[in-house]
Design a protein around this ligand. Structure first.
Ligand code: 5RP
Length: 220
């Protein structure tokens, strides 16, 4: 089973977490795209939908959903999103698609976060995937220097502007031994909007697609 099939399998399994009258937060990325394609089958259970990116909003609308602002839906019952890396502690790196800030906001607002992944995303230690950091454009050099002091090798994501009008620095070479500490530390650099470590608000559930069927792990 290739990774695309694993992503689809995990996305379909996550539909089981959608209960009646669900206010749903929808993430961003190729795994979530499988979810969006399948959402019409449970439309009768969904009271409202909010989305973490312009791309997901467009896809949701194409699939017949009206997408509301987070502020008007309040606290979603459930947020479903992918990840670039996740550990057994449910800490993640996200933002490969550049939607990390809106994703972190919806994750924080939601009661439950279900992370859907293919098997390659499960790792022992975060950091092999370059850490995305969203920065205010005028601060990119300052932030890059501070990230270098932490041992990182920041690289500007070329020809990319986030939905919020900002830039992304992808930081290679970071050893993320204490994800909560590093998440806070980077977020305290002036000019950083947020970084792609999701450790303070980690996932509650992960669903991993694999050969023998989807595996669901629930955080204690
Ligand atoms: C987007 C994200 C995605 O969840 C992450 O990049 C995983 O993407 P994919 O499902 O395409 O592998 O954080 O900002």
């Amino acid at each position: 089973m290739n990774s695309e099939e694993q992503k689809k399998q995990a996305a379909l399994k996550s539909l089981e977490f959608i209960a009646d009258d669900c206010v749903l937060g929808v993430g961003t990325g190729s795994t979530v795209n499988h979810l969006i394609a399948a959402l019409p089958s449970v439309k009768n259970k969904i009271e409202a939908v909010t989305s973490s990116s312009k791309a997901s909003t467009m896809l949701l609308e194409e699939n017949g959903f009206r997408v509301d602002d987070l502020s008007s839906v309040g606290s979603p019952d459930l947020y479903i999103d992918g990840a670039d890396e996740i550990t057994e502690h449910f800490h993640m790196i996200k933002g490969g698609g550049g939607a990390l800030t809106r994703e972190k906001i919806i994750a924080e607002a939601s009661r439950k976060f279900v992370c859907i992944i293919d098997g390659s995303k499960l790792v022992d230690l975060l950091g092999k995937f370059p850490l995305p950091v969203e920065v205010i454009p005028m601060a990119k050099s300052l932030v890059a220097r501070e990230l270098t002091k932490l041992g990182g090798l920041p690289e500007l994501r070329h020809d990319f502007v986030t939905d919020n009008g900002n830039l992304i620095l992808d930081v290679h070479n970071l050893k993320i031994l204490d994800p909560v500490d590093l998440e806070n530390h980077i977020n305290n650099i002036p000019g950083v909007v947020t970084n792609g470590i999701f450790a303070q608000r980690s996932a509650d559930v992960m669903i991993i697609g694999n050969e023998s069927g989807p595996e669901t792990k629930i955080k204690n």
